[in-house]
Ligand binder design. Sequence first.
Ligand code: BES
Ligand code: ZN
Ligand code: ZN
Length: 468
Amino acid sequence: MEPIFLSTAKDTGGAVPLIPVTTEELPDLLARNPELWRNWAEQNDFRAESGSLLRIPATDGTTAAVLLGHEPASPHWVLAQALEQLSPGVYRVASAAVDADALERMLVGWGLASYRFERYRKAGKPPPQLVWPDGVDRTRVEALVAAQRLVRDLINTPPADMMPVHLADAARELAEEFQAGLRVISDDAALEQGFSCIRAVGAASAFSPRVIELAWGRPDAPHVVLVGKGVCFDSGGLNLKPGNHMRLMKKDMGGAAIVLGLARAIMALALPVRVTALVGAVENAVGSRSFRPGDVLKARNGKTVEIDNTDAEGRLVLADLLVRAGECDPDLVIDFATLTGAARVAVGTEIAAFFCDDEVLAADLQAPAGYWDDPVWRLPLHEPYRHLLDSRVADFVNSSSGGYAGAITAALFLKEFAPAGVPWLHFDVMAWNTRARPGRPKGGEAMGLRAVLGLLEARYGQGASGPA
Ligand code: BES
Ligand code: ZN
Ligand code: ZN
C-alpha cells in the first residue's frame, strides 16, 4: 500500500524529537537534559498538563525538542494536537517515552490529524512529517487511518459528485484493491422485485438507486454483515426539509461510508472473518415520481409499510437491506445510519447512539470504544413503544406521530426486519464533526468505526482470512 499520510523521510539526524511526557515524569526528564531545558520549562510555566506543548530551542535558535504534555490514559490525540501546532518540518517520536499500544493510538491520531479534504482546493501549507518509529506495525496503523480517511472523503464530497453511482464506484475500487466480490443492482426491474422500498425512496431522483453488495473472506469464517444507509442527499422528499435542516444532508450517506470504511479496515487487516457490506444508495428527491405520504410499500420480507412521512426514508432503505442480510447466513449484523435527529437530541453530535438486543455484544463494545476514544452510548429497544408504529392499513407506519422517542421507534422499526436470533447492533450516528478538535477536523467523520473494529478484533481475533 502506498504510504498515505506519513513521510518516508529518513531520520538523517535532523528530525526534531517529540517527547510525550506526564506531569510526574517531567522533573526527571528535565534533570536528564541540559539545564536550558529546565530553565525554559520554568520560564514558560510548562507543567506537562494534558494537551500542553513546549518547544525547546537549541542554542542556535532551532528546535531541540518539543515536549508534549499528556496523561497515559488518553494517548489518542497527543500527536494530533501537536501536528496542528508544529511548523512544517521532519519530526520523530521519542518512542521510549510511551508503551507500544499508546504509541499506536498516538500515530493513528497523527494520521487522522493530517487529513485534508483536497478534492476541490489544495490545502495551504503541507503538514509536518513524521519519521516512522521502531516497534509499531506500520501496515496496521495505515489500515486504520486509511479506512477513516476514506469515510471522510466519501462524506465530504458534495452530493452531485457522490450520488449512488459514485458510491458504487467507491465500492468497486475497494473490491479491486482487495479482490473482493462485488454485486451492484441498478436495474429498475430488479430493484422493484427485490428492494422495492429502496426503489420507492429513490424514485424521484434522476440519479437512480443502487444496491451494493461487497463480499470478502473465506466461506467458513464467521460472517459479519454490515449494512449502511446511503442516502446521498436527503431533501426530505415531499415532506420537504426546511433549508437549515437540509444544509448538511449530503452526509446522509454517512452510514454507507462508515460501512465501506469498516470493510476496508477488515480487509486490509485481514481479520479472520467473512464480511459482506450491504449499501442502499439513493437520493431522497422531490419530483412527480416521489413516493408520497399515504403510500403503502412492501418490504423485501413482504411486510407492508404505510408512509406517514417521506423524510423517515432511512429506515425504509435499511428495512430491505436487513432482510437481505438475513439471507446471507450471518453470525453478526451491524448497521450504521444517520437515521434520526432524535438520536442527536438524546446524545448530541459527538456520541454514537447504538441499540442492541444482545447483552454480551452491547457490553463488549464498551472496552474498544474507550480504548479508541470513540464514544458510544446505548439506548433502549423499548418494546412497549412498538405500538407507536401501528398503522390502520399496513403492518407498520414509517414514522410515529407523537414526536417522542424518535430514535427508539426508528430502531424498533428496524428490528422488525433484522434477522431473528442473530446478534444485531444498530448505530444511529451524526457522521459529521460540527466543530474541530485535535485529529477530528470539521466535516465527515467515521463515528463508531474504531469501536466496532476493536469489537470485531476482540470477538474474532486477529489474523489472516484472505480473499475467498
Ligand atoms: N437523515 C435524517 C436524520 C438526521 C437529521 C440525522 C439530522 C442527523 C441529523 C432522517 O432521514 C430524517 O429526516 N429523520 C426524521 C424522521 C422523522 C420524520 C420521523 C427526523 O429525524 O426528523
Ligand atoms: Zn429524512
Ligand atoms: Zn435521512
